[in-house]
Design a protein around this ligand. Structure first.
Ligand code: SF4
Length: 156
């Protein structure tokens, strides 16, 4: 998997202070997408074990208390990303007690493959669905268009 950006401290993508990873790779081609540069799975740079370790260390850093990890992109559930994202979310849940995971994906929860669902099982909150320009509303919190649904799987 490649990624396009990592913000070790982020207060925009999800509630509270967070770490946010923008992965590369997305097939949805939503009109009006702000992150077109991430569509190609080859864009950005390779997500390595060192990047994974850095995220775990940042989430456990007592100097800047982060509420959790946000995974966006691109699409974290792009088929080519599933192995790396599964490894990451598994580690976050095992090594970063009390930290939540938010994920944004263009896939609908009801459409997920078994492998995608396996990843989502580790996620606390999933914001699903493509960005639809006709339903875009800047007043919405944590989503760009009203068709997207925020699924709270766990109390966060
Ligand atoms: S799912 Fe997200 S990254 Fe992919 S095209 Fe749509 S808005 Fe862009």
């Amino acid at each position: 998997m490649n990624f396009s950006q990592y913000y070790s401290v982020d207060v925009v993508n999800g509630p509270g202070t967070r770490a946010t990873l923008f992965v590369s790779g997305c097939i949805h081609q939503c009109r009006g997408c702000y992150n077109q540069s991430t569509w190609s799975p080859d864009s950005g740079e390779l997500f390595t074990r060192e990047h994974q370790d850095q995220i775990i260390a940042d989430l456990n850093d007592p100097r800047i208390k982060r509420r959790g990890l946000s995974l966006t992109g691109g699409d974290p559930l792009y088929p080519g990303n599933l192995e790396a994202v599964l490894q990451l979310v598994t580690r976050v849940k095992a090594e970063c007690p009390g930290k939540d995971i938010w994920m944004w994906s263009g896939y609908l929860l009801s459409e997920l493959s078994e492998r995608q669902q396996e990843v989502v099982d580790y996620v606390d909150v999933l914001v699903d669905g493509k960005f639809e320009q006709s339903n875009a509303d800047p007043r919405l919190e944590w989503r760009g268009s009203s068709n997207q649904i925020i699924h709270y799987f766990k109390f966060v």
